[in-house]
Design a protein around this ligand. Structure first.
Ligand code: ATP
Length: 310
Protein backbone atom coordinates (compact mmCIF):
# COMPACT_ATOMS: atom_id res chain seq x y z
CA UNK A 1 0.00 0.00 0.00
CA UNK A 2 2.86 2.39 0.82
CA UNK A 3 6.42 2.19 -0.44
CA UNK A 4 8.84 4.90 0.67
CA UNK A 5 12.45 4.84 -0.60
CA UNK A 6 15.02 7.35 0.56
CA UNK A 7 12.49 10.09 1.33
CA UNK A 8 13.98 13.46 2.31
CA UNK A 9 12.17 16.73 2.92
CA UNK A 10 13.90 20.05 3.46
CA UNK A 11 12.30 23.26 4.70
CA UNK A 12 14.86 25.67 3.28
CA UNK A 13 18.17 24.47 4.72
CA UNK A 14 16.49 22.42 7.46
CA UNK A 15 16.16 18.67 6.85
CA UNK A 16 12.89 17.55 8.48
CA UNK A 17 13.21 14.00 7.04
CA UNK A 18 16.49 12.43 5.97
CA UNK A 19 16.51 9.37 3.71
CA UNK A 20 13.60 7.50 5.28
CA UNK A 21 12.56 4.13 3.75
CA UNK A 22 9.72 1.82 4.78
CA UNK A 23 6.91 -0.32 3.41
CA UNK A 24 3.36 -0.76 4.68
CA UNK A 25 1.28 -3.68 3.47
CA UNK A 26 -2.39 -3.62 2.68
CA UNK A 27 -4.55 -4.16 5.78
CA UNK A 28 -1.89 -3.26 8.33
CA UNK A 29 -2.45 -0.81 11.18
CA UNK A 30 0.92 0.86 11.68
CA UNK A 31 1.96 3.29 14.40
CA UNK A 32 4.25 6.15 13.54
CA UNK A 33 6.09 7.11 16.71
CA UNK A 34 8.34 10.03 17.44
CA UNK A 35 8.92 12.88 19.84
CA UNK A 36 7.88 16.44 18.94
CA UNK A 37 9.71 17.59 15.84
CA UNK A 38 10.80 14.05 14.82
CA UNK A 39 9.31 14.44 11.34
CA UNK A 40 6.02 12.55 11.68
CA UNK A 41 3.69 15.25 10.37
CA UNK A 42 6.04 16.07 7.49
CA UNK A 43 6.16 12.41 6.41
CA UNK A 44 2.38 12.07 6.65
CA UNK A 45 1.90 15.27 4.64
CA UNK A 46 4.07 13.85 1.85
CA UNK A 47 2.06 10.60 1.89
CA UNK A 48 -1.15 12.64 1.88
CA UNK A 49 0.05 14.68 -1.15
CA UNK A 50 -0.03 17.90 0.86
CA UNK A 51 3.76 18.44 0.51
CA UNK A 52 6.13 17.38 -2.24
CA UNK A 53 9.24 15.43 -1.25
CA UNK A 54 12.62 17.07 -1.79
CA UNK A 55 14.04 13.72 -2.91
CA UNK A 56 13.24 10.02 -2.78
CA UNK A 57 10.42 7.92 -4.14
CA UNK A 58 7.00 7.60 -2.50
CA UNK A 59 4.43 5.22 -3.96
CA UNK A 60 0.90 4.95 -2.55
CA UNK A 61 -1.31 2.16 -3.90
CA UNK A 62 0.87 1.99 -7.03
CA UNK A 63 0.89 5.75 -7.73
CA UNK A 64 3.78 8.18 -7.33
CA UNK A 65 3.11 11.21 -5.09
CA UNK A 66 4.96 13.55 -7.44
CA UNK A 67 3.33 12.32 -10.66
CA UNK A 68 -0.18 11.17 -9.69
CA UNK A 69 -1.29 13.05 -6.57
CA UNK A 70 -4.91 13.19 -7.82
CA UNK A 71 -5.10 9.41 -8.11
CA UNK A 72 -3.65 9.06 -4.61
CA UNK A 73 -6.06 11.60 -3.07
CA UNK A 74 -9.01 9.51 -4.34
CA UNK A 75 -7.65 6.48 -2.52
CA UNK A 76 -6.68 7.95 0.82
CA UNK A 77 -8.31 9.65 3.77
CA UNK A 78 -6.20 12.13 5.68
CA UNK A 79 -6.83 13.49 9.17
CA UNK A 80 -4.36 16.33 9.82
CA UNK A 81 -3.33 17.20 13.39
CA UNK A 82 -6.06 19.88 13.47
CA UNK A 83 -9.38 18.52 12.10
CA UNK A 84 -10.37 20.45 8.96
CA UNK A 85 -13.99 21.14 9.94
CA UNK A 86 -16.29 24.09 9.25
CA UNK A 87 -17.92 25.39 12.43
CA UNK A 88 -21.00 26.85 10.76
CA UNK A 89 -22.07 23.57 9.12
CA UNK A 90 -23.90 20.70 10.80
CA UNK A 91 -22.06 17.39 10.96
CA UNK A 92 -24.31 15.90 8.27
CA UNK A 93 -23.94 18.89 5.92
CA UNK A 94 -20.17 18.92 6.33
CA UNK A 95 -19.73 15.19 5.69
CA UNK A 96 -22.01 15.34 2.64
CA UNK A 97 -19.98 18.29 1.34
CA UNK A 98 -16.71 16.38 1.80
CA UNK A 99 -18.15 13.22 0.22
CA UNK A 100 -19.14 15.19 -2.89
CA UNK A 101 -15.69 16.83 -3.06
CA UNK A 102 -14.13 13.37 -2.99
CA UNK A 103 -16.22 12.20 -5.94
CA UNK A 104 -18.89 10.09 -4.19
CA UNK A 105 -21.88 9.74 -6.56
CA UNK A 106 -24.76 11.98 -5.44
CA UNK A 107 -27.07 8.95 -5.06
CA UNK A 108 -24.61 7.40 -2.57
CA UNK A 109 -23.79 10.47 -0.49
CA UNK A 110 -26.46 9.95 2.22
CA UNK A 111 -25.55 6.29 2.79
CA UNK A 112 -21.79 7.01 2.78
CA UNK A 113 -22.32 9.80 5.35
CA UNK A 114 -24.48 7.53 7.53
CA UNK A 115 -21.81 4.83 7.36
CA UNK A 116 -19.00 7.23 8.35
CA UNK A 117 -21.12 8.57 11.22
CA UNK A 118 -21.81 5.03 12.42
CA UNK A 119 -18.13 4.01 12.30
CA UNK A 120 -17.07 7.05 14.30
CA UNK A 121 -20.07 6.87 16.69
CA UNK A 122 -21.45 10.34 15.85
CA UNK A 123 -24.81 9.37 14.36
CA UNK A 124 -26.64 11.26 17.14
CA UNK A 125 -24.68 14.44 16.23
CA UNK A 126 -25.83 14.44 12.58
CA UNK A 127 -27.93 17.61 12.94
CA UNK A 128 -25.67 19.42 15.43
CA UNK A 129 -23.66 22.47 14.35
CA UNK A 130 -19.94 21.65 14.46
CA UNK A 131 -19.36 24.81 16.54
CA UNK A 132 -21.33 23.21 19.42
CA UNK A 133 -19.25 19.99 19.57
CA UNK A 134 -16.68 19.12 22.24
CA UNK A 135 -13.06 18.64 21.17
CA UNK A 136 -13.48 14.84 21.24
CA UNK A 137 -16.49 14.97 18.91
CA UNK A 138 -14.71 17.38 16.57
CA UNK A 139 -11.87 14.83 16.35
CA UNK A 140 -14.41 12.16 15.47
CA UNK A 141 -15.94 14.37 12.79
CA UNK A 142 -12.37 14.85 11.49
CA UNK A 143 -11.97 11.08 11.34
CA UNK A 144 -15.39 10.71 9.68
CA UNK A 145 -14.36 13.15 6.91
CA UNK A 146 -11.20 11.10 6.36
CA UNK A 147 -13.15 7.90 5.76
CA UNK A 148 -16.45 9.13 4.28
CA UNK A 149 -15.43 8.22 0.69
CA UNK A 150 -14.32 4.70 1.84
CA UNK A 151 -10.61 5.08 1.05
CA UNK A 152 -8.25 2.12 1.10
CA UNK A 153 -5.69 3.99 3.19
CA UNK A 154 -6.24 6.20 6.25
CA UNK A 155 -3.49 8.56 7.38
CA UNK A 156 -4.23 9.85 10.88
CA UNK A 157 -1.98 12.49 12.43
CA UNK A 158 -2.29 12.39 16.23
CA UNK A 159 -6.03 11.51 16.28
CA UNK A 160 -5.96 11.32 20.08
CA UNK A 161 -4.22 14.68 20.52
CA UNK A 162 -5.82 16.85 23.21
CA UNK A 163 -8.50 14.30 24.14
CA UNK A 164 -9.40 13.49 27.74
CA UNK A 165 -8.84 9.91 29.04
CA UNK A 166 -12.40 8.79 28.30
CA UNK A 167 -12.32 10.28 24.80
CA UNK A 168 -8.92 8.61 24.20
CA UNK A 169 -10.36 5.19 25.01
CA UNK A 170 -13.36 5.88 22.77
CA UNK A 171 -11.18 7.10 19.87
CA UNK A 172 -8.96 4.04 20.28
CA UNK A 173 -12.00 1.78 19.98
CA UNK A 174 -13.13 3.66 16.87
CA UNK A 175 -9.70 3.25 15.24
CA UNK A 176 -9.54 -0.43 16.20
CA UNK A 177 -12.88 -0.87 14.45
CA UNK A 178 -11.37 0.37 11.16
CA UNK A 179 -9.00 -2.59 10.96
CA UNK A 180 -9.88 -5.01 8.21
CA UNK A 181 -11.56 -2.42 6.03
CA UNK A 182 -8.70 0.09 5.77
CA UNK A 183 -4.93 0.18 5.91
CA UNK A 184 -4.14 2.68 8.69
CA UNK A 185 -1.03 4.73 9.41
CA UNK A 186 -1.48 6.57 12.71
CA UNK A 187 0.99 8.90 14.38
CA UNK A 188 1.31 9.64 18.06
CA UNK A 189 3.81 10.54 20.70
CA UNK A 190 1.49 9.23 23.42
CA UNK A 191 2.72 5.68 23.39
CA UNK A 192 0.32 3.99 25.76
CA UNK A 193 -2.51 4.82 23.39
CA UNK A 194 -0.92 3.67 20.19
CA UNK A 195 0.35 0.39 21.68
CA UNK A 196 -3.21 -0.83 21.91
CA UNK A 197 -4.14 0.06 18.37
CA UNK A 198 -1.27 -1.07 16.11
CA UNK A 199 0.18 -4.27 14.62
CA UNK A 200 3.59 -2.71 13.98
CA UNK A 201 5.55 0.48 14.62
CA UNK A 202 7.90 2.84 12.82
CA UNK A 203 10.04 4.95 15.14
CA UNK A 204 11.45 8.25 13.86
CA UNK A 205 13.90 10.55 15.54
CA UNK A 206 15.54 13.68 14.16
CA UNK A 207 14.06 12.95 10.73
CA UNK A 208 15.50 9.42 10.56
CA UNK A 209 13.81 6.05 10.90
CA UNK A 210 15.63 4.51 13.85
CA UNK A 211 13.61 1.30 14.27
CA UNK A 212 10.63 -0.64 12.99
CA UNK A 213 8.83 -3.83 13.94
CA UNK A 214 6.25 -5.26 16.30
CA UNK A 215 6.42 -4.39 19.98
CA UNK A 216 8.14 -7.74 20.68
CA UNK A 217 10.62 -7.26 17.79
CA UNK A 218 11.55 -3.79 19.00
CA UNK A 219 12.01 -5.18 22.49
CA UNK A 220 14.19 -8.07 21.22
CA UNK A 221 16.42 -5.63 19.36
CA UNK A 222 17.32 -4.13 22.70
CA UNK A 223 18.83 -7.38 23.95
CA UNK A 224 18.35 -8.99 27.33
CA UNK A 225 15.33 -6.97 28.35
CA UNK A 226 14.75 -4.57 31.16
CA UNK A 227 14.00 -4.79 34.84
CA UNK A 228 11.19 -6.87 36.26
CA UNK A 229 8.67 -5.33 38.63
CA UNK A 230 6.92 -7.40 41.26
CA UNK A 231 4.16 -6.50 43.71
CA UNK A 232 3.63 -9.03 46.48
CA UNK A 233 2.13 -9.40 49.93
CA UNK A 234 4.76 -9.29 52.64
CA UNK A 235 7.46 -7.22 54.31
CA UNK A 236 10.35 -5.99 52.23
CA UNK A 237 13.39 -7.51 53.94
CA UNK A 238 12.50 -11.23 53.82
CA UNK A 239 11.17 -10.95 50.25
CA UNK A 240 14.36 -9.22 49.09
CA UNK A 241 16.52 -11.79 50.95
CA UNK A 242 14.65 -14.64 49.25
CA UNK A 243 14.86 -13.25 45.72
CA UNK A 244 18.49 -12.15 46.03
CA UNK A 245 19.50 -15.81 46.33
CA UNK A 246 18.16 -16.67 42.87
CA UNK A 247 20.67 -17.28 40.09
CA UNK A 248 20.77 -14.40 37.61
CA UNK A 249 19.46 -11.69 39.95
CA UNK A 250 21.81 -8.69 39.81
CA UNK A 251 20.11 -6.11 41.98
CA UNK A 252 16.81 -5.49 43.80
CA UNK A 253 15.36 -2.05 44.51
CA UNK A 254 12.43 -1.32 46.80
CA UNK A 255 9.97 0.83 44.83
CA UNK A 256 7.10 1.12 47.32
CA UNK A 257 5.78 -0.15 50.62
CA UNK A 258 2.02 0.05 50.87
CA UNK A 259 0.51 -1.50 54.01
CA UNK A 260 0.97 -5.26 53.62
CA UNK A 261 2.18 -4.92 50.03
CA UNK A 262 5.66 -4.41 48.69
CA UNK A 263 6.76 -3.37 45.19
CA UNK A 264 10.23 -4.34 43.97
CA UNK A 265 12.27 -3.71 40.88
CA UNK A 266 14.61 -6.57 39.98
CA UNK A 267 17.53 -6.22 37.58
CA UNK A 268 18.41 -9.62 36.20
CA UNK A 269 20.68 -11.15 33.55
CA UNK A 270 17.68 -12.57 31.69
CA UNK A 271 13.90 -12.80 31.92
CA UNK A 272 13.58 -14.46 35.34
CA UNK A 273 9.85 -13.93 35.79
CA UNK A 274 9.00 -17.67 36.08
CA UNK A 275 11.79 -18.33 38.60
CA UNK A 276 10.85 -15.29 40.69
CA UNK A 277 7.17 -16.25 40.83
CA UNK A 278 8.02 -19.88 41.66
CA UNK A 279 10.29 -18.83 44.54
CA UNK A 280 7.64 -16.49 45.96
CA UNK A 281 4.81 -19.01 45.69
CA UNK A 282 6.95 -21.75 47.28
CA UNK A 283 7.62 -19.38 50.19
CA UNK A 284 3.86 -18.83 50.48
CA UNK A 285 4.13 -15.16 49.48
CA UNK A 286 1.12 -13.86 47.52
CA UNK A 287 2.07 -12.38 44.12
CA UNK A 288 -0.11 -9.46 43.03
CA UNK A 289 1.68 -8.32 39.83
CA UNK A 290 4.67 -9.27 37.69
CA UNK A 291 5.75 -7.08 34.80
CA UNK A 292 8.81 -6.83 32.61
CA UNK A 293 9.37 -3.16 31.94
CA UNK A 294 11.21 -3.65 28.64
CA UNK A 295 8.04 -4.99 27.09
CA UNK A 296 6.24 -1.74 27.63
CA UNK A 297 6.24 0.47 24.61
CA UNK A 298 7.19 3.60 26.54
CA UNK A 299 10.31 1.87 27.73
CA UNK A 300 11.22 0.58 24.28
CA UNK A 301 10.67 4.03 22.86
CA UNK A 302 12.80 5.80 25.45
CA UNK A 303 15.58 3.25 25.07
CA UNK A 304 15.57 3.69 21.31
CA UNK A 305 15.53 7.45 21.41
CA UNK A 306 17.53 8.12 24.55
CA UNK A 307 19.23 4.83 25.40
CA UNK A 308 17.76 4.65 28.87
CA UNK A 309 15.02 2.88 30.80
CA UNK A 310 11.65 4.50 31.28
P1 ATP B 1 5.02 17.11 16.44
O1 ATP B 1 4.76 15.84 17.19
O2 ATP B 1 5.50 18.21 17.32
O3 ATP B 1 3.90 17.51 15.54
P2 ATP B 1 6.49 15.97 14.19
O4 ATP B 1 7.20 14.71 14.48
O5 ATP B 1 5.18 15.88 13.52
O6 ATP B 1 6.34 16.83 15.51
P3 ATP B 1 7.24 17.78 12.04
O7 ATP B 1 6.08 18.69 12.29
O8 ATP B 1 7.22 16.92 10.85
O9 ATP B 1 7.51 16.86 13.33
O10 ATP B 1 8.56 18.68 12.04
C1 ATP B 1 9.84 18.14 11.73
C2 ATP B 1 10.83 19.27 11.74
O11 ATP B 1 10.57 20.17 10.67
C3 ATP B 1 10.82 20.12 13.00
O12 ATP B 1 12.15 20.50 13.28
C4 ATP B 1 9.97 21.32 12.62
O13 ATP B 1 10.36 22.46 13.36
C5 ATP B 1 10.32 21.49 11.15
N1 ATP B 1 9.21 22.07 10.38
C6 ATP B 1 7.95 21.56 10.29
N2 ATP B 1 7.19 22.31 9.46
C7 ATP B 1 7.98 23.32 9.04
C8 ATP B 1 7.80 24.43 8.15
N3 ATP B 1 6.62 24.64 7.55
N4 ATP B 1 8.84 25.26 7.94
C9 ATP B 1 10.02 25.05 8.54
N5 ATP B 1 10.29 24.02 9.38
C10 ATP B 1 9.28 23.16 9.62
Amino acid sequence: MIQVDGLSKYYGEHAAIKGVSFTINSGEVVGFLGLNGAGKTTTLKVLGCVLLPTSGRVIVDGFDVTRDPHEIRKRIGYLPDTPPVYDEMTVGEYLAFVAKLRGVAVANVASFVADAEKKTAITDKHDDAISTLSHGYRQRVGLAQALVHKPKLLILDEPTGGLDPVQIVEMREVIKGLKGEHTVLVSSHILGEISQICDRYLVVQGGELIAQGTEAELSDKLGSGGPIEIDCIGTAAPVIELLKKLDGVIDITLIKLDGQNVSLRIDAKSDLRPQLVKALVQADIGVLRVDRAAHRLENIFLKLTHGKDA
